[in-house]
Design a protein around this ligand. Sequence first.
Ligand code: MG
Length: 380
Amino acid sequence: MKKVSILGSTGSIGTQSLEVCEKHGFKVVAVSAHSSVDMLEEQARKFKPKYVGIYNKNKYSEMKSRLADTDIKVLCGMDGLCEIASLDENDIVLNSVVGMVGLLPTLVAINAGKDIALANKETLVAGGELVMSLAKKNGVRIYPVDSEHSAIFQCLQGNKREQLNKIILTASGGPFYGYSYEQLKNVTKADALHHPNWNMGNKITIDSATLMNKGLEFIEAKWLFDLKPEQIEIVVHRQSVIHSAVEYKDFAVIAQLGVPDMKIPIQYALLYPERLECPTKPLSLTDYGTLTFAKPDYDTFKCLNSAIKAISLGGAYPCLVNSANEEAVKAFLNDEIQFIQIGEIVSSVLDKFKFTTISGYDDVMKSDREAREYVRNIIS
Ligand code: MG
């Protein structure tokens, strides 16, 4: 029986991960969340983990009293997340927290020699070099949970890595596919929160609408699969049936298809290399009939362009654009800025900041702080 700890268990990926754990009888060692005490209590009573983590320190005493009649140990804050990430009992740590907060627990889990199922893309965007070199040194495997990266990982099985030409990263295009820059000026928060194919958390849904999500995934792919930026092609595929593809030297292209349901990539990361029945629907290609492909509009969707430029420039730029985006999305969700401003803010980072290198965790956090301060100053 596989033993799993889940960071971010009350979010969209977290709850679907628990469904997968339940289906296959995995032992859930720990669950943790930012501040959703109700759902965390429910999960704790159902899965009987040894530990429950609550990130928001103001909710710690409430969480403790809710579980006072159990033997479950309640942990709190970043220390709690890190303790969960490094528990001896873990076979694998599923990291699905939102944003930069996920970086330190990832590093701690790698240092403890724990394999990681990674759904927190900001971890690789901000600290890609750090995370990948540490994982290599510690012999830790990072299994992608993002559907596109899981698809690529699946397409790489059984073939020689050095015979790979490139990867084809598919993008749904989001709710504003085909919009002009002028049209983007008038979109509302409700429009942006309505994704055509995927049901996800708010942050990633906004990132999908700005196409920042695809930019972050571009950077994530570069680190996960050790690629040059020119080996990554983004193709808009509106139906989200082909989750990504790879091209080999002989120009054979291998793609992974399935219904748009995150439980498939979650399960592959947790069960690798096994393939067992997944709690989802099978794909019926004839239900779709037509699959379409197009080039993304890099001029209109400035976030996508900025993320690709950032990874091509290297150094702290990927971290800076990621943190600026997090802060801008937060401001948009708080009705402080317009949708169109997210892209303007993110792209301005590349001009405002001079090139700096990242040589450790402290450098990442320094860039993170600077980018957030920069965005807060623009907004206020
Ligand atoms: Mg994705």
